[in-house]
Design a protein around this ligand. Structure first.
Ligand SMILES: [Zn+2]
Length: 144
């Protein structure tokens, strides 16, 4: 049996297809939910949708999307995602403004994770703003 050329090593992030359940927790397929924002096909219409899509980008390891949806004033020069981090669930606690009729908004959420097997949760209120019509992440305050 001949060996096939070796494929690139699979990264630590779980493989997600357009039909996989979306990691953001909404009852939708990834491709029809956060995936269409990740590909750039569409822009998230609300701060909450952007928040969910950024969470999903952490799950899929899409640092490029995270930087692209970060406010230019607060965006880091580069972003290296911790490969020991496994995001395991998102709950939105509340949101203020952030609709298509606003230019700023906040989203309060809890994101559960395992870091090298250790369970934890991030409780944060994130601030979002619109730049050239598109929602971007500005900064966040830890609540716990
Ligand atoms: Zn989603």
């Amino acid at each position: 049996m001949s060996r096939r050329s070796s494929r690139p090593r699979r990264t630590a992030a779980p493989a997600l297809t357009a039909l996989s359940p979306c990691p953001c927790g909404l009852p939708a397929a990834y491709g029809a939910c956060c995936g269409r924002y990740h590909t750039g096909e569409e822009a998230a219409p609300t701060a909450e949708a952007l928040m969910r899509s950024r969470y999903s980008a952490f799950v899929t390891g899409d640092a490029e999307y995270l930087l692209r949806t970060w406010h230019p004033a607060t965006r880091p020069a580069e972003l290296e995602l911790d490969p020991g981090m496994r995001w395991s669930g998102l709950e939105i606690d509340g949101a203020t403004e952030g609709t298509p009729f606003h230019s700023t908004g906040t989203v309060t959420f809890r994101a559960r994770y395992r870091h090298h097997g250790q369970r934890g949760a991030l409780h944060e209120r994130s601030t979002f703003a619109r730049v050239d019509g598109a929602w971007v992440y500005v900064d966040g305050t830890f609540l716990d």
